[in-house]
Design a protein around this ligand. Structure first.
Ligand SMILES: [Ca+2]
Ligand SMILES: [Ca+2]
Ligand SMILES: [Ca+2]
Ligand SMILES: [Ca+2]
Length: 285
């Protein structure tokens, strides 16, 4: 009987609270697409036909205040297609500077963000602590570290910094895992793809079919790639500490993105890594 009372009391409470909650609820925020008026007009490059696993991945977006004027500027990352990549690829980044009145201006060329390829992700941080935010862009065939020289002028310092990661990486995450004041970089990688030798759509009865229906090949059936953690030496260069730190992914799972956060509040940033089609990693620091 007491259970019944509890049940009815619960129903009554819920029922009596609902109108009150609705009355006191704040108005739901509404969003309006202002991209065209704001000047954000770049076309997003992707391959809707998705013939190959690499064409199932496209570009993301990010914010940066590249001139320290207190207003966020926008980075959009451009994907590509197999045919376009074979001919040199597409500009990996479009950078929009935020002007007055919520208007944005494409400053990619004058900013020196000229590298072409197949862009996928972006991670922004001031890796050299000079007060200017820098850009790490990921993708297929070679990631790029752009150092902000000031006022949104960038220089490709990838080789000098030791961050020329090849292969297929969708994401990256900055985090100062050893708390020495210099931000470090984690770069998970996805799957081995040879763009000049791609398995044809539906070609393999085991790995290119889903319940009998022909699909793109992979990631199943294709080898995965290892992950990277780069320690920032504080002098503009990085060292590969992936193995030493235990985050190199010897099983070669299909890594997509990593996130740094101190989940147990012990002061040390921990790392969570998402893997496609397999268990994710939670690395306790
Ligand atoms: Ca700005
Ligand atoms: Ca910087
Ligand atoms: Ca560090
Ligand atoms: Ca921790």
């Amino acid at each position: 009987m007491s259970r019944l009372w509890a049940f009815f009391a619960g129903v009554w409470l819920v029922g009596s609270c609902l109108p009150q909650a609705a009355e006191s609820a704040l108005p739901i925020p509404r969003f309006t697409d202002i991209s065209v008026e704001a000047g954000l007009r770049v076309s997003h490059l992707s391959s809707p036909e998705k013939r190959y696993v690499i064409e199932s991945m496209s570009g993301g977006v990010g914010f940066i205040d590249c001139d320290n004027d207190g207003k966020l500027d926008i980075i959009t990352i451009n994907g590509s297609s197999v045919d376009r990549y074979r001919q040199g690829g597409d500009p990996m980044i479009t950078l929009y500077h935020q002007e007055a009145g919520l208007k944005f201006r494409d400053i990619t060329a004058e900013a020196g963000l000229t590298t072409r390829g197949w862009g996928m992700g972006v991670a922004v941080a001031d890796f050299d602590n000079d007060g200017w935010e820098d850009i790490y862009v990921t993708g297929y065939g070679g990631n790029v570290l752009y150092r902000n020289l000031g006022n949104c002028k960038f220089q490709d310092v990838t080789e000098k910094a030791g961050l020329r990661v090849g292969g297929f990486s969708a994401g990256a995450a900055w985090g100062d895992y050893d708390r020495d004041g210099n931000v470090d970089l984690f770069v998970p990688r996805y799957v081995v793809v040879d763009i000049h030798n791609l398995p044809a759509f539906g070609s393999d009865a085991k790995t290119c079919r889903f319940r009998g229906v022909p699909v793109q090949c992979g990631p199943w059936g294709l080898p995965g790639e290892s992950d990277f953690l780069f320690h920032n030496r504080g002098n503009g260069t990085f060292e590969d500490v992936s193995k030493k730190a235990g985050v190199d992914d010897p099983e070669h799972r299909y890594g997509l993105q990593g996130v740094w956060a101190d989940y147990d509040n012990d002061g040390w940033p921990d790392l969570y890594v998402t893997n496609d089609g397999n268990a994710n990693y939670l690395y306790h620091n």
